[in-house]
Design a protein around this ligand. Structure first.
Ligand SMILES: NC(=O)c1ccc[n+]([C@@H]2O[C@H](COP(=O)([O-])OP(=O)(O)OC[C@H]3O[C@@H](n4cnc5c(N)ncnc54)[C@H](O)[C@@H]3O)[C@@H](O)[C@H]2O)c1
Length: 336
């Protein structure tokens, strides 16, 4: 099949595209190579993808509507996986404009392209951050997501809402997946696993927010990609809303649209996560304990019942295996 993957040079886009190419699909990657973090990491990922004859790459911004339309029209994708976004919660405190332009305007441009050339299935990355300050865990899809506590979450909620209206008006089958913290090789330097491994390796102190009490369930990127691919095959149908298992409310939409958590597993306290890293690195961390930061939430983990009902799949890789895989990659990457 023909897949358009936006954000293909990003962490998740790279893993998804590599798997698609491995399965002999054709992929058009679209990425603006933004300088949010080290661009050479994006270039290194993209260089690996470019080794495949089935991969074409367009370097352009989502905000460049003409470039997006041209890429879309010339490739005519059957499935679109929209991962490009300004990610990160804390960066939004200093750079709010980037979130509006990439996530709101960029996603609007993508929806317009999908309206003009309807894909079989449009899949859009959302985030567990849309659950805001909800204290009822695990997070289930039917819970309210009306009270975001970061601009990042607000813009992702906007992506969900805009895509619902397009699914309803223009009958575009759409799945919004809510990712929970995702880790693995080729990961993002702004995320805790990369930062901690890097600093501990260099013998520098690490900052632990929320006094180490924050708890996160990390999803291994290989499991996430498996979930995305299974969901890509489970195309939502108009007039057939999927009952959300365990939902205290039900999703009442009749549009061919759904939001699905991709996550699973028990949340791990931050201090236990750090101990796992120390064990795999064979080095102790110097810890600076700090209070919670604006926009952070104490605990996030997914109720995977809907994912399981739709695909028969729940991510299973443990945090121990995830950290081991990452540390092996990190040391190898640093050597080259
Ligand atoms: N990694 C996680 O833990 C996580 C958790 C929840 C949600 N998500 C979401 O998953 C998606 C992928 O995340 P990731 O971790 O791979 O992030 P990433 O930053 O590594 O990848 C995003 C890619 O999009 C590109 N991009 C950003 N803005 C763009 C724009 N305006 N135009 C064109 N390209 C642009 C970047 O250059 C980058 O390569 C994002 O939508 C993110 O919000 C990620």
């Amino acid at each position: 099949m023909k897949f358009l993957v936006t954000g293909s040079a990003g962490f998740i886009g790279f893993h998804l595209t590599r798997r698609l190419l491995g399965e002999r699909h054709e992929v058009l990657g679209f990425d603006g190579m933004t300088p949010y973090y080290d661009v050479s990491l994006k270039q290194a990922r993209n260089a690996i993808l470019c080794e495949s004859q089935n991969y074409r790459f367009v370097e352009a911004m989502l905000e460049d509507k003409a470039a997006l339309d041209e890429a879309y029209e010339s490739f005519q994708p059957e499935v679109v996986v929209h991962l490009a976004a300004q990610a990160g919660v804390r960066y939004g405190l200093e750079h709010p404009d980037l979130y509006i332009s990439a996530n709101v305007v960029g996603t609007f441009n993508l929806l317009e392209a999908a309206r003009a050339h309807q894909p079989r299935h449009l899949l859009i990355a959302s985030t567990s951050s849309v659950y805001g300050g909800n204290e009822e865990v695990p997070f289930a899809e039917a819970e309210r997501t009306d009270f975001p506590v970061s601009l990042y979450a607000a813009t992702k909620k906007a992506c969900e809402a805009m895509s619902h209206s397009y699914a309803h008006l223009w009958k575009i089958p759409t799945t919004c997946f809510r990712f929970f913290t995702v880790y693995g090789s080729w990961g993002r330097p702004d995320m805790a696993l990369y930062k901690f491994v890097d600093l501990i390796e260099r013998g520098e102190p690490i900052e632990i927010y929320g006094m180490g009490r924050m708890r996160r369930a990390a999803t291994f990127v290989g499991d996430l990609v498996e979930g995305i691919l299974r969901l890509a095959d489970a195309v939502p149908e108009e007039g057939k809303p999927v009952a959300v298992p365990n939902g205290r409310d039900s999703l009442s939409t009749v549009a061919p649209w759904r939001a699905v958590n991709i996550g699973g597993g028990e949340p791990v306290p931050l201090l236990e996560f750090v101990e796992t890293i120390e064990r795999h690195l064979g080095k102790d961390a110097q810890k600076i304990m700090l209070p919670m930061q604006k926009g952070d939430v104490v605990e996030t983990y997914a109720d995977p019942a809907l994912l399981q009902a739709l695909t028969g799949y729940v991510p299973k890789t443990t945090i121990d295996e995830t950290v081991r895989e990452f540390v092996e990659w990190f040391r190898e990457y640093r050597r080259t």
